[in-house]
Write a protein that binds this ligand. Structure first.
Ligand SMILES: Cc1cc2nc3c(=O)[nH]c(=O)nc-3n(C[C@H](O)[C@H](O)[C@H](O)COP(=O)(O)OP(=O)(O)OC[C@H]3O[C@@H](n4cnc5c(N)ncnc54)[C@H](O)[C@@H]3O)c2cc1C
Length: 488
C-alpha cells in the first residue's frame, strides 16, 4: 500500500474515547482530516461494548469509593464525588447537544433513568452511609437524594433485595437522576456521524508501529495480509489496554516507568422478567477487603437494545491480557527496565489486592451465587448465567524508583503535543468528554484557548463549578434531563 500522508490526525482505536475526540474536533474545526484505525472487524467491540462494561453513568451518586469514610467518624469529604458528578454532567450536556443537532439518535437508544442506590449492612456501615448522606444531601448536584434505614421503605425501593433477608440493620440511599448508559450504542452513533462527515474509519487495521518521522509520525501495521503505512503530524492513541504498548513503541520519554495492571471481570446475568420487575435500580455496596475500587459489588438494571436484564458482579480475575481480544503476552511484553521496579513494588505493596484476586479466581460457581445472595437472598442459580465482560487495564504510575497503582485515567502526551494517549479505565466512559477535552488541550494547546467559546456551545458547564451555583446546577440537570428524556 502506498504511504498516505494527507491526514491532520490519526486516531488509533475504535472505542468511545476516539469517537468522542473525533466528534468534538469535527465540531471545533470541520476541515480537519481524520482517520480512525481499528484492529477488530467492527468498532466498539472492546471495553466500550455494552456487554463488556457495567453501563453505569458514573456520577458518584452511589459509588462509595469516590467518598471513603473519614478516619475520625466525622462527615466524609464530598470533594471527589462532586468532581466526578460534574464530569458526568458534562457528558450529559454533550450528548443532549448532539441529540438536538441530530448527530445522535433518540436518547432511548443509549441512555435511561435508573435510580442509583447505595446499600449497606451492619451498624458501622449504616453510620458511615448516614454521614455520607449528610455530606451530600444539600449539594446542588445531588439534589433529591434520599436516605432510609427502614427495611420496609428499602423493600419498596428494591423488593428483590429484601425478600427473605435476615439482617435488619441496613440502610440505603437512593437518587432518581441516576442512569444506565449503553456506551456501545453511544460509540456506534458517534462513528456513524463521523463517517457521514468525511472521517475515514478503517476496521481490521492493526497498528504495530508508531515512529517519529520528519513531519510528525509514521504509523504502520497490517490490514489482513497487507501492510499499511500512514504519516501524520499528530496521533491519538485510544487503543484501550493496548495504549501502553503503542506509547512505549513511540519512544516518547513521558511513558517511561508506566505499566498496566490487568483485571478481568465476570458478571452474573438474568433476563427472568419476574426478577427484573422486582429490581429497578443500580445498587452499589461496600467493597470486600483488598478489592480495588472498580470491583465494588453491584446489582444493576441494564437496558440494552430495548431489553431489560439484571447483572451482578464484577467477579475479578487475573490474566495477563490488556484487552479482551488481547494476548497473554501483553504483560510480559510491556516489561521494560524503567517499569520493572514499579511493577514489582505494586505487586509487593498491594498484598491485600493480590490475596483478593486469588480468592476471586478460586471462587466456585456455588460461591459466586453465595456472593449474589448477599444482594438477592433468594437467588436461584438456574436464573443466572455467568458471562465475561471486558478487561480493565489499570495504570501503574512511576513514583520515585517504585510505582503506585492508580484507579483513574491518565493522559500521556509528548512535550511537543504531537502524540497523546490514554491509560486507565475508571471512571471510564462516563467521563469521556472531559478526558478528551484534556487530550485536545495537550495536542492543540494554542487552538484550545481560541476554541473556548465553541467548546462551551457543546458543553456549557465546561470550566464552571456547577455545584457552587445551585441555579446553574439545577438548570443543567433539568435541561439535559428534558432532552435526554431522563428523570430530573
Ligand atoms: C468490566 C468493566 C466494567 C466497566 N464499567 C464501566 C461503567 O459502568 N461505567 C463507565 O463509565 N465505564 C466503565 N468501564 C470503563 C469503560 O468501559 C472504558 O473506560 C471505556 O470503554 C474505554 O474506552 P476506550 O475507547 O479507551 O477503549 P476501548 O473501548 O477498549 O477501545 C479501544 C479500541 O482500540 C482498539 N485497538 C487496540 N489496539 C489497537 C491497535 N494496535 N490498532 C488498532 N486498533 C487497536 C481495540 O480493538 C478497541 O476497539 C468498565 C470497563 C470494564 C472492563
Amino acid at each position: 500500500m502506498p504511504q498516505r500522508s494527507d491526514y491532520d490526525l490519526v486516531l488509533i482505536g475504535g472505542g468511545i474515547m476516539s469517537a468522542t475526540l473525533a466528534v468534538i474536533l469535527k465540531h471545533l474545526k470541520p476541515d480537519l482530516k481524520l482517520v480512525v484505525l481499528e484492529r477488530l472487524p467492527k468498532i466498539a467491540e472492546e471495553s466500550s461494548n455494552a456487554w463488556n462494561n457495567a453501563g453505569t453513568g458514573h456520577a458518584a451518586l452511589c459509588e462509595l469509593n469516590y467518598m471513603p469514610d473519614s478516619s475520625d467518624g466525622s462527615i466524609p469529604s464530598a470533594t471527589k464525588a462532586i468532581a466526578i458528578n460534574q464530569q458526568f454532567q458534562e457528558s450529559r450536556e454533550f450528548w443532549a447537544n448532539l441529540v438536538q443537532s441530530g448527530v445522535m439518535k433518540s436518547p432511548e437508544t443509549f441512555i435511561h433513568s435508573i435510580p442509583h442506590m447505595t446499600f449497606v449492612q451492619g451498624s458501622k456501615d449504616v453510620d458511615y452511609l448516614k454521614r455520607r448522606f449528610e455530606a451530600l444531601k444539600d449539594q446542588p448536584l445531588f439534589a433529591g437524594m434520599e436516605f432510609s434505614d427502614d427495611p420496609d421503605q428499602i423493600a419498596k425501593w428494591v423488593p428483590l433485595m429484601l425478600e427473605s433477608r435476615s439482617e435488619q440493620t441496613i440502610a440505603a440511599t437512593r437518587i432518581d437522576q441516576g442512569t444506565d448508559v449503553d456506551y456501545g450504542a453511544v460509540t456506534r452513533q458517534l462513528f456513524d456521524w463521523l463517517v457521514l462527515s468525511g472521517v475515514e474509519v478503517l476496521s481490521s487495521h492493526e497498528v504495530s508501529k508508531v515512529r517519529r518521522s520528519n513531519n510528525g509520525w509514521t504509523i504502520s501495521g497490517k490490514h489482513g495480509s497487507e501492510k499499511f503505512v500512514i504519516s501524520s503530524p499528530k496521533v491519538f492513541v485510544g487503543a484501550g489496554g493496548w495504549a501502553l504498548k503503542l506509547l512505549q513503541n513511540s519512544g516518547i520519554k513521558e511513558i517511561s516507568g508506566f505499566g498496566t495492571f490487568p483485571v478481568s471481570g465476570h458478571f452474573l446475568k438474568t433476563e427472568n422478567p419476574e426478577l427484573v420487575a422486582k429490581h429497578q435500580a443500580k445498587v452499589y455496596s461496600q467493597a470486600a477487603v483488598g478489592a480495588p475500587p472498580m470491583s465494588v459489588p453491584h446489582l444493576d438494571t441494564r437496558i440494552i437494545e430495548g431489553k431489560s436484564s439484571l447483572l451482578f458482579g464484577p467477579f475479578a480475575g487475573l490474566n495477563l491480557k490488556f484487552l479482551k481480544h488481547g494476548s497473554i503476552l501483553d504483560l510480559p511484553k510491556s516489561l521494560r527496565f524503567a517499569n520493572l521496579l514499579p511493577y514489582i513494588s505494586v505487586a509487593l505493596t498491594n498484598f491485600p489486592l493480590v490475596v483478593y484476586l486469588i480468592k476471586e479466581i478460586a471462587k466456585s460457581p456455588k460461591q459466586k451465587i453465595e456472593s449474589l445472595r448477599e444482594f438477592v437472598p433468594k437467588a436461584n442459580p438456574e436464573d443466572w448465567q455467568l458471562y465475561e465482560a471486558g478487561q480493565r487495564a489499570q495504570v501503574i504510575r512511576p513514583k520515585g524508583l517504585s510505582g503506585s497503582l492508580q484507579f483513574g485515567t491518565e493522559v500521556i502526551s509528548s512535550a511537543d503535543g504531537s502524540i497523546a494517549g490514554l491509560l486507565g479505565a475508571s471512571p471510564g466512559a462516563s467521563v469521556a468528554v472531559r478526558v478528551m477535552l484534556d487530550v485536545i488541550s495537550k495536542i492543540y494547546p494554542e487552538q484550545f484557548h481560541a476554541w473556548q467559546q465553541d467548546i462551551k456551545k457543546l458543553v456549557p458547564s465546561f470550566g464552571v463549578d456547577l455545584n457552587d451555583d445551585a441555579k446553574l446546577a439545577s438548570a443543567s440537570l433539568s435541561r439535559t434531563a428534558a432532552t435526554l428524556k431522563l428523570k430530573a
